[in-house]
Structure formats: C-alpha cells, structure tokens
Design a protein around this ligand. Sequence first.
Ligand code: C2E
Ligand code: MG
Ligand code: MG
Ligand code: MG
Length: 274
Amino acid sequence: QAKHAGRGQAVCYQPGMIEQIAARRQLEQDIDVAIEQRQFHLAYQPILSLNDDRIVGYEALIRWNHPIRGSVSPVDFIPLAEETGQILAIGQWVLEEACREAASWADDQSVAVNISPVQFKSPSLTGCIATALAESGLSPHRLEVELTETALVTDGKALAHILVELRALGIKVAMDDFGTGYSSFAHLRDFPIDRIKIDRSFVAAALTDSHAMAVLRAITQLGRDMHVPTLAEGVETQDQLDLVRRLGCDDVQGYLIGKPERLDVAPMAEKQYA
Ligand code: C2E
Ligand code: MG
Ligand code: MG
Ligand code: MG
C-alpha cells in the first residue's frame, strides 16, 4: 500500500487509483461541510408490533442532501466517515436529533438509533447518549441503540462493561443485522441484548430458499427460548409478513409497513395489517 512505502521507494498506482483517492478526499471534505452546514436529516421508518398490532416506534436513518450530488446514501458515506473518525460528530448529531424529535411523539413510541462500531469503541459514547437524553428530556426506556456485530468484536470484558454502562442509562440495546456475522450466537449467549433484528436477507430469501427459511425459523425460536424479542427486517410483501407472523416474530419493519420518511412528510396514520 502506497502510504506504507518509505521515502525513496517507488510506489505503483493502479489505473484509476489517483482518481479514487481524489474522490475520497473530496467526499471527506464534503462531509465536513455537511456537518457544519447541517445538510443531514433523519428519516424514520415505522416498527410494527405483531403482538399488539400498533406502531411501537421508529428507526432513525440518516439522510444526506448533498448540494451537488443530491441525496447520498448512508451506505456510501458512513464507511468513509468511520475511517476518518467523522462518524463521531455525525453520530452525536444523530443521537441528539433523534432524541429531540422522539420526545414529541406519543409516550409509548420509541426511537431506534444506529451506532457505528467506531462510536461503540469510543469512550465518549455513554456520555453522548446521556447528553442527548438530558437535553431532549426523552425517557431513557424510549431509546434503543442498534449495534452490529462488528461493534461487538472487541474483547469480551470491555464489551460486557460497555453494555452494562448502556443498560445503566436505562436504554435498550438491539443487535442489528443478526445472522450475518460470524459470532451472532455466541454474543447472544454471553451478553444482555434486548432485541434481535433479523437481517433482511433472510426475510427476502425465506419463501424461495429452504436454507434461509431454516435460519429464519431457528433465530425466531432462539429468541423465544432466550426471551429476547425478535424483529424481522425488510418485510416487503404480505406473504413475508404472514410468514414472520407465523414463525412468531414479535415485530416487523419494512417497505410493506412503511418506508423511511422525513417526519414532516410522514403521515403518522395507523394502518391495519391483519
Ligand atoms: P440498517 O440499520 O440495517 O437499516 C435498514 C436499512 O434497510 C435502511 O437502509 C432501510 O431504508 C432499509 N430498508 C428498510 N426496509 C426495507 C425493505 O423492506 N426493503 C429493502 N430493500 N430495504 C429496506 P438505509 O437507510 O439506506 O441505511 C443503510 C444502513 O446505513 C443502515 O442499515 C445502517 O447500517 C446505516 N445507517 C443508516 N443511518 C445511520 C446512522 O444514523 N448512523 C450509523 N452509524 N449508521 C447508519
Ligand atoms: Mg439499523
Ligand atoms: Mg438492520
Ligand atoms: Mg440491515
């Protein structure tokens, strides 16, 4: 890799690499401007409880309206922001904004916020969350943080310590994209988790792929046996909804229920999904 080459050593660039580096640097600068000029906003996607047939909360998903490029997907800028450390500032803003907005919702609706592994490993995380809660006045039990497995790949003692700290704040912890990592099951055994979010790849494939179906069924059964509620992500069709209901998932999220939308355009009207 070029940056590891010492003084006087020849560095070979692959075709297109210079352009790639320039594009990344540009994106990094644009993220700085975006943070400063508040070009981000949050979209909210409803979470439907199958047990009591109502919207029990929303997941906050970051959106970037770039002045030139238009809307930029988090998939395209979060990884870079994680590499550069900019995710810390972005993540803090997300936490504060989500808590502030959720504080004006009905008392029985909660907000789920995605936490990057970089934030999770930073010593400032619990402080950031405490600040967001204090400034917004949101009840801690109405905030859920979503961790992915990569966040949990750290030494077991440190992990247990952070999870204890988070729970001491009174918030909930969900495991996002469950089933896609290497040690989802080990983590579930060892650490206190309030909710399993089953990755949408299993939901998408289950009706046509018997192996995906088997995994989906196993995860919901596991959640039941361990008394950890399960949520099926990415439910797009009525057949998928019927399936996850039959399997015993507690909650669902997906385009069938509602797409992520800005609060000011999202009609918070209740629909029926029976
Ligand atoms: P995620 O946390 O697993 O979020 C779910 C993603 O699936 C969202 O994509 C959502 O729009 C999409 N989705 C929901 N329902 C459906 C469906 O029925 N079908 C399909 N095909 N997709 C569905 P989005 O908003 O593009 O976010 C992608 C990822 O970016 C998120 O995955 C999360 O990992 C990350 N992300 C988003 N917002 C934040 C944030 O504020 N902070 C951090 N650290 N990461 C974020
Ligand atoms: Mg999520
Ligand atoms: Mg997810
Ligand atoms: Mg996912």
